[in-house]
Design a protein around this ligand. Structure first.
Ligand code: NAD
Ligand code: MG
Length: 386
């Protein structure tokens, strides 16, 4: 029996994780779970999975959650202290980090310090603080399993191989809803158009990141840290069918890829049960139904966020944290209908342009850079809106 904490149980990854847990009650038990705003779903989850600890992100929601859970044997907490308590609960062996954005930094680093293994969906933690996280993972001797489908594919494609034999990592990208939209039309696309992802069903923030291809940029940075690979050995390839989830090319010219129906339950189950493979209910792949699997290079003029991410990780130091913060602000403003789609990249680029990159030695310093990025992006955004 593996004891699990889920940070972000009401999100897209959280719900899929609970589906896997529900299908394998003999293997997994939920010790603690945390949620943001969706209390109705959270209470249903608490009733079904009977965690010892349930945490809501805002302290203000604690009384209401307590009321909704009256009669249940669960400790209700709130705020960052609550998130840390959930992440470090004594019985917990693995923490599924499925909070969206830099908000996952503090609880996930607390989990590592408490020697919990991590199933990492929250890529923003590695983007903002990759060097600090990877040092913590080594220092506290925990295992870090990727949940992101591309990184799970790479993880599966490098098993049994020597890292020095890797020639390059090829991250596949669907290209999102605007792959075939002319660049001249992009200023006119709506929030609804951008949320209409062709292959994956995900939370809103990552769905917009997929439309701008910032998601792939964040994933390049995530791969750089997870697999200790220099960015010039990480390539992005557009593969609209999302069947090959990523590939690794070796020095002998061989390429190893992982394929499957696009469903996050597969990489989640692999992270939870590693090294075993367990039933997921994911539809088996029938390659005969595909008329072709296609690959092409990304259009950097159209998807400027991808280039910004390469620029940020090449500049290093605090730049990726600032880029990530500006992206979070710009995406939120776009979702609110305050800015146009093309202004997302513009806000990020302008924020990065005025940022004097500096070394970050601790999570506290990362949070400061994150705050600077948010405030600066906000100002730039206000200026643009006028
Ligand atoms: P989501 O928006 O559906 O869910 C996010 C979860 O985090 C929710 O439970 C929400 O309540 C909680 N949350 C949000 N803000 C919070 C805060 N400030 N404090 C505490 N909790 C907060 O997002 P998602 O699509 O499930 O994505 C989660 C993470 O996984 C993201 O980092 C995303 O990039 C990554 N990821 C998601 C997918 C996917 O298919 N959804 C795939 C790969 C990686
Ligand atoms: Mg991904």
């Amino acid at each position: 029996m593996k004891n699990i904490t889920i940070l972000g149980s009401t999100g897209s990854i959280g719900v899929s994780t609970l589906d896997i847990v529900a299908a394998h009650p003999d293997r997994f038990r939920i010790v603690a779970m945390t949620a943001g705003k969706n209390l109705d779903l959270f209470v249903r989850q608490i009733r079904q999975f009977a965690p010892r600890i349930a945490v809501v992100a805002s302290q203000e929601d604690v009384p209401r959650l307590k009321e909704l859970c009256s009669g249940l044997d669960v400790t209700i907490m709130g705020g960052v202290e609550g998130l840390i308590a959930a992440a470090t609960a004594d019985e917990t062996e693995m923490v599924v980090a499925a909070i969206v954005g830099a908000a996952g930094l503090v609880p996930t680093s607390a989990a590592i310090r408490a020697r919990k293994d991590i199933a990492l969906a929250n890529k923003e933690t590695l983007v903002t603080a990759g060097h600090i996280f990877m040092d913590l993972v080594t220092e506290f001797g925990v295992r870090l399993f990727p949940v992101d489908s591309e990184h799970s594919a790479i993880f599966q494609s490098i098993e049994g191989h020597r890292s020095e034999d890797i020639q390059k990592i090829i991250l596949t990208a669907s290209g999102g809803p605007f792959l075939n939209t002319p660049v001249s039309h992009l200023p006119h696309v709506t929030v609804r158009d951008a949320l209409n992802h062709p292959n994956w069903s995900m939370g809103k923030k990552i769905t917009i990141d997929s439309a701008t291809m910032m998601n792939k940029g964040l994933e390049v940075i995530e791969a750089r840290w997870l697999f200790k690979t220099p960015v010039d050995k990480i390539e992005v390839n557009i593969h609209p069918q999302s069947i090959i989830h990523s590939m690794v090319e070796y020095v002998d010219g061989c390429v190893i890829a992982q394929l499957g129906t696009p469903d996050m339950k597969a990489p989640i189950a692999y992270a939870l049960a590693y090294p075993e493979r367990i039933a997921t209910g994911v539809k088996p792949l029938d390659l005969t139904t595909f008329s072709g699997l296609t690959f092409s290079n990304p259009d950097h003029d159209k998807f400027r966020c991808l280039g910004l991410a390469y620029r940020a990780i090449t500049s290093g130091e605090s730049m990726p944290a600032v880029m990530n913060a500006a992206n979070e602000i710009a995406v939120a403003e776009f979702l609110e209908g305050n800015i146009g789609f093309m202004q997302i990249a513009e806000i990020i680029e302008r924020t990065m342009a005025v940022h004097p990159a500096h070394n970050l030695k601790s999570i506290e310093e990362v949070l400061k850079a994150d705050l600077w990025g948010r405030e600066t992006a906000h100002e730039i955004c206000r200026e643009m809106i006028g």
